[in-house]
Design a protein around this ligand. Structure first.
Ligand code: HEC
Ligand code: HEC
Length: 266
């Protein structure tokens, strides 16, 4: 059997095993959340609010892009008690007084406390690589942020101190009308949040390779790196970290503007 065949068989096994992992390997929210879309609005129950938070956490918030088992960001388990510990940490210099306030601050002033070992390289854990999730490409509104906090506090059996707001905008309601295509390479970078992970177009993400001098690799390489990130994995970085769905989301024009921008970065 050739190596290639072995790799293919191995990949298929991994794909087949994944649902089992999801079923048995990942702790489930218990009891399972009610359907989310159904009754968003004034009469929402706390369970629905928390389920909405989970949906935002997994989808619009893109939290699981970084907070996953690859180890580039902490796993966010037991966040109610972890948050209380952070407040007592001698390195904590932020303004939060309660667990809820700590989690809120973690999402919008991400450098107020940087979990040891996860800071931007060379910053001695004073600068967080996590973007402010209330702005930029993620852009969660205050109610969405609260829903995510309620989810983080309760998902491992903790209590939430939040109350359900009287009117919650449906998660991703604004996304229903497709965003207008970007007009420049820099706009494409903003729209798709590349700067959350890369040094690119004036942004300074630190979770992926620095792209400020990537131009020499040539346009074909760069195009492939965006549409099929796992095809070539940059040295020193893990496969699976960069999102693989840009090929479905980007217009052809956006992709070319982005490739042009990177090709000129030398
Ligand atoms: C681009 C990667 C990235 C994204 C996206 C991201 N985070 Fe983070 N986050 C990190 C890293 C790295 C840390 C550790 C450094 C720090 O403490 O800021 C962190 C820290 C945190 C902490 C503090 C944890 C602790 O133990 O004190 C919380 C809470 C958190 N993130 C929540 C979120 C939520 C909620 C989202 C989605 C709305 C999110 N993050 C999206 C990378 C990310
Ligand atoms: C959640 C973090 C994350 C986001 C968001 C992200 N990337 Fe990446 N990217 C990575 C990581 C990690 C690697 C290295 C592993 C790999 O090559 O797959 C990478 C690799 C690359 C490479 C190859 C670099 C090299 O040295 O070979 C390019 C080019 C690239 N990304 C461009 C982009 C562009 C453009 C966007 C936005 C449309 C983007 N990335 C969004 C994390 C991210």
């Amino acid at each position: 059997m050739g190596n290639f065949t072995k790799i293919i068989i191995f990949s298929i096994l991994i794909v087949l095993a994944y649902p089992l992992y999801v079923k048995f390997g990942i702790p489930k929210l218990n009891p399972s959340p009610p359907p989310v879309e159904a009754e968003i609005g004034a009469n929402m129950t706390m369970d629905q609010f928390i389920a909405l938070g989970k949906k935002i956490f997994d989808e619009k918030g893109t939290c699981t892009l970084c907070h996953n088992s690859l180890g580039r960001a902490p796993m966010l388990n037991n966040q109610h008690s972890v948050a209380l510990d952070r407040l007592k940490d001698p390195r904590y210099k932020g303004g939060a007084k309660t667990a809820e306030e700590y989690l809120h601050e973690s999402m919008i002033k991400t450098s107020a406390f940087v979990v040891a070992g996860f800071g931007v390289k060379g910053s001695n854990d004073t600068q967080s690589p996590m973007p402010d999730v209330s702005t930029g490409a993620i852009g969660l509104n205050p109610a969405e942020i609260d829903a995510v906090i309620a989810y983080m506090m309760t998902k491992d059996g903790g209590k939430t101190t939040l109350t359900v707001p009287t009117a919650v905008p449906a998660a991703g309601a604004e996304e229903k009308k497709p965003a207008a295509p970007a007009k420049t390479g820099a706009e494409v970078v903003k729209k798709y949040g590349c700067g959350g992970c890369h040094v690119i177009a004036g942004e300074a993400g630190a979770l992926g390779p620095d792209l400020s001098k990537i131009g020499s690799k040539g346009k074909d390489y760069l195009r492939q790196a965006v549409v099929d990130p796992d095809a070539v994995v940059a040295k020193g970085f893990d496969k699976g970290m960069m999102p693989t769905d840009y090929k479905d989301k980007m217009t052809a024009g956006e992709l070319e503007m982005l490739v042009d921008l990177m090709a000129k970065s030398k």
